[in-house]
Design a protein around this ligand. Structure first.
Ligand SMILES: [Zn+2]
Length: 418
């Protein structure tokens, strides 16, 4: 069992002395307890701490990855307004419907989840240069690419239908010989429909993706998938030329289609994928928040819908029962068996051979985001093992990971592996 975890050294910035001692203690503990194989190091943070981590890990046989966000929350970079995604109404960045209430205040506003358009080539080139500098500045074994998507429902439901910027118009015309303006009109018509998102549609859909998008969007969705892929390939190719491995942080399969992450296509540009199968976290990519935003939006757009019917339709798709109210969805999360079904679905895809799937799940106790008890952790691990996953990523942060959860995982791994 390959075990990875993540670390954000910006949290050490307020500590003046002995950052090295703290890092050494945390990394050694993870190595001794769960046999840590890889540490994914957030791109921002004091360079000395990052160097310290690279040295410590090299000495303990742990691979290090530069954890780099590409299309949002880029370190030391302000996204120009002109590069932000544009929805059919001309709004940039965030939408309105079902938007996450804590947006902007989350992690002291450092993580904004405000996305730039993957086709903003000039801006992407600037970010690419920052990435190259960071990758060459430290001695990493690989890169772990994050924020490689369009906005999710948590950024406002309408943003699921972006982007209509001038670059997208030009490139869509080139690829499909179609005017993107026509699709923009189709999206406007979609939102103006009286029976938008009918209960029959929700009941009969085979995927969340099928519920969200009308058929007329077909080529546009392919275009969006390719747009994300093109950016990932640019960053991945560079890492490969430097002899580095490439891991991808993707939305879990059921939600990936809505943010234009095509697992099969993206698997051609990486060595492994971490599907974020967060059943309890109430932040972006977490199922409770993303489902909350989707359900809330559907109920807002079609006042005839009832929560019960929508939840039943989504439960059928996900194969796990959703809680009875939106409040319970946020406080209790959803059953951890979701990991089993998500990995099962991913394993049925035609991924590039040799690309491993390392499910990512939360191991934290953070009052405002998720509280993972031993019971939940045990259930997560049972489902990871039931699917014979080759590895896993304990998310997110080694610096605040509860010692009892590390210890529980250690005992679990001893019992279940040779
Ligand atoms: Zn665009």
């Amino acid at each position: 069992m390959w075990v990875g975890t993540q670390i954000d050294t910006t949290k050490l910035e307020h500590i003046k002395a002995d950052r090295k001692g703290i890092l050494e203690e945390k990394v050694s503990l993870a190595k001794q307890s769960v046999g840590l194989d890889a540490l994914l190091i957030w791109a921002h943070g004091d360079p000395q701490s990052i160097d310290t981590l690279c040295e410590l890990c090299a000495g303990m046989g742990i691979e290090t990855y530069l954890w780099y966000p590409i299309l949002a929350d880029i370190p030391d970079f302000e996204i120009p307004k002109s590069a932000k995604v544009v929805n059919h109404e001309g709004r940039r960045g965030y939408g309105e419907i079902g938007r996450w209430q804590r947006l902007g205040t989350y992690a002291s506003g450092r993580e904004k989840f405000e996305f730039l358009c993957p086709n903003s080539e000039e801006t992407i080139s600037q970010i690419f240069n920052l990435y190259k500098n960071q990758l060459n500045r430290h001695d990493f074994d690989g890169v772990f690419l994050d924020r490689i998507r369009y906005p999710s429902a948590a950024m406002g439901f309408e943003m699921l239908f972006s982007c209509f910027c001038d670059n997208c118009k030009r490139m869509f015309k080139q690829q499909f010989n179609m005017d993107l303006q026509n699709l923009r009109s189709a999206v406007e018509a979609h939102f103006g429909k009286r029976d938008i998102y009918s209960i029959d549609l929700i009941k009969n859909a085979g995927s969340i993706h099928e519920i969200l998008y009308p058929e007329v969007m077909g080529n546009f969705l392919i275009f969006k998938n390719r747009s994300v892929y093109k950016v990932v390939k640019k960053f991945s190719d560079y890492a490969k030329t430097k002899g580095k491995k490439v891991g991808l942080d993707l939305f879990s399969h059921s939600l990936a289609g809505a943010v234009s992450q095509d697992y099969e296509l993206l698997s051609t540009a990486c060595d492994w994928i971490k599907p974020m199968i967060y059943c309890h976290s109430t932040g972006p990519a977490g199922f409770p928040l993303e489902l909350h935003s989707i359900i809330h939006s559907l109920l807002t757009l079609n006042r005839d819908l009832k929560l019960e019917g929508v939840a039943a339709g989504l439960s059928d798709i996900l194969k796990v029962k959703l809680p009875e109210t939106l409040n319970l969805l946020m406080t209790n999360g959803i059953p951890e068996e979701l990991i089993f079904y998500e990995i099962k679905n991913i394993n049925m895809l035609n991924l590039k051979s040799g690309v491993d799937i390392y499910p990512g799940f939360e191991v934290m106790k953070m009052d405002d985001l998720c509280v993972i008890t031993e019971k939940i952790l045990g259930s997560y691990l049972d489902n990871v093992f039931a699917q014979k996953a080759k590895g896993m990523v304990m998310s997110w942060d080694l610096l605040d990971m509860p010692a009892e959860n590390l210890d529980f995982t250690k005992r679990y791994l001893r019992e279940h592996t040779g």
